[in-house]
Design a protein around this ligand. Structure first.
Ligand code: ATP
Ligand code: MG
Length: 456
């Protein structure tokens, strides 16, 4: 390559005006070649620059579209709290343009001195650490306060120097409204569930009252009959005593005694009084049982005889059934366990009632209740097997679901078994359903028995 100072390149005058003296053609060619190279480099740089520019524009457009699409607000501010940039969401809420907001203090976006002080503290005092979900009131374009949940993150430059904060915020008004609506719906649901539970309780109470009424009817009519007889006897005894006090002759008195059948009255008095006492005693027992049933939630830890509870449940349901419902009870007594006798009574009544409901249209509705005691594990399994149609195999997995019922609308809440399942579980037991090979349904309730108190 030719260089200045080379002999051939000495500059001098040639014979032609405008030509440099002593410059050879090859030098010119060299220069032209160089210029070509530079020009082509320039062209390449221009193309690369244009490509980079296009990419830059594309990414700027992308960032802009993201910022515009954001429903959360975004504010970038310096260490002194001066706003450097905002996104359109903030413009919409405040009603101010990004230009007018730039340079102003971020604290002025908030309503009230407290919120402004709090923001100042968060952004300057704690300016180097993150802030999460801090709720402050933002001043809206109409002057109202919009609750916004803010998050702040410090912003650093390339060498790690703190440059200010990036603040994002989510208006929580809508969120809160949605939450309140959800809460309201949840409360309504809970209330409805309570009402349904209550109506299930009322339904089983209705069945119980029917059974109890029937059972009370017996001793009460017995007592009433006896008391009426006693009153008649009292009248006759009064008449006879009147004759005695009137000093009638022994013959007259003997006549009176025979006519009023005083001897028979005297013979009858004892059994009548005995019978009345027995009837009253029976009534007391029934009332006792009823009291135990109504103590549903009061005493969950009493010791009671499960056999007696089952027997009472059978009696009450079958008496209310008012048809020949044959219940074969084959369980050993006593079966002492600990828990709530009232709740257990509700379970047993549900199981017996379901069996009755499933068999009531049959000629001979039958329920067999048996018990298997396992002394080693101190538990008893009660088995309720009826001669009804059984449970559809597809329904077996759902019979314990709340509100599952195959009964016509208005005739079953579908809560009986769900409640029973919960009660048995709370007593440390298990309730299961199956179909017997003969066809009827089988419900098995396994429950822990009370530990035996050692004899002393
Ligand atoms: N012994 C049974 N034989 C056949 N199906 C039964 C038997 N017991 C329960 N079921 C089925 O299980 C369903 C749920 O029973 P559950 O006791 O929970 O509610 P329900 O009896 O329908 O209503 P409620 O108890 O409020 O009267 C019944 O509708 C029935 O389909
Ligand atoms: Mg039921």
């Amino acid at each position: 390559m030719a260089k200045p100072g080379d002999k051939d390149h000495d500059v001098g005058q040639t014979g032609h005006p405008g030509e440099l003296v002593g410059v050879g053609e090859d030098v010119w060619m060299d220069v032209i070649h160089k210029m070509d190279e530079v020009y082509s480099d320039l062209l390449q740089y221009e193309v690369a620059l244009e490509e980079k520019n296009a990419k830059l524009e594309e990414s700027q457009q992308f960032i802009l579209s993201v910022l515009t699409a954001m429903s959360d607000i975004l504010v970038v501010c310096g260490r002194d709290g001066a706003i450097e940039d905002v996104n359109p969401a903030l413009e919409v809420i405040t009603g101010k343009s990004a230009e007018s907001l730039r340079g102003s203090a971020i604290y002025d976006l908030f309503v009230g001195d407290d919120a402004r002080d709090q923001a100042r503290q968060l952004l300057t005092v704690f300016g180097e650490r993150e802030v999460h979900d801090c709720e402050l009131q933002l001043r809206a374009h109409d002057g109202s306060a919009v609750p916004v949940s803010f998050n702040c993150t410090p912003r650093f430059n390339a060498v790690g120097k703190s440059m200010g904060m990036v603040v994002t915020g989510r208006p929580v008004g809508e969120l809160r409204k949605a939450y309140q609506a959800l809460r309201q719906a949840h409360d309504d649901l809970k209330r409805t569930q309570q009402q349904l539970l209550h109506s299930e309780k009322m339904a089983s109470l209705g069945r119980l009252v029917a059974g109890v009424a029937h059972e009370l009817n017996n001793p009460i009519s017995f007592i009433l009959g006896n008391v009426h007889a006693l009153r008649r006897y009292a009248n006759r005894l009064e008449t006879y005593l009147g004759a005695v006090h009137a000093g009638q002759s022994p013959k007259q008195l003997a006549e009176q005694r025979a006519r009023l059948r005083i001897d028979r009255i005297l013979d009858d008095l004892d059994p009548l009084i005995e019978g009345t006492i027995e009837g009253a005693e029976r009534t007391r027992q029934i009332v006792d049982g009823l009291k135990r049933f109504s103590a549903i939630d009061r005493d969950e830890q009493q010791q009671f005889d499960l056999a007696e509870v089952v027997e009472r449940a059978v009696r009450w349901v079958s008496q209310a059934a008012r048809k020949d419902f044959k219940v074969r009870l084959d369980i050993p007594a006593p079966l002492m366990m600990i828990g709530s006798a009232g709740q257990m009574q509700q379970v047993m009544m549900n199981l017996v009632q379901n069996a009755w409901d499933a068999t009531s249209t049959l000629g001979q509705p039958t329920l067999q209740i048996s018990a298997e005691v396992d002394v080693a594990s101190a538990q008893v399994c009660l088995r309720f097997e009826d001669n009804g149609p059984g449970i559809d195999p597809g329904n077996l997995a759902h019979v314990f679901d709340p509100f599952f019922t195959t009964k016509p609308v208005g005739q079953g809440t579908g809560l009986g078994l769900a409640i029973s399942y919960g009660i048995i579980e709370r007593h440390g037991g298990r309730l299961s359903a199956a179909n017997a090979s003969a066809g009827g349904a089988v419900f098995t309730a396994c429950l822990p028995l009370a530990p035996l108190t050692p004899a002393c």
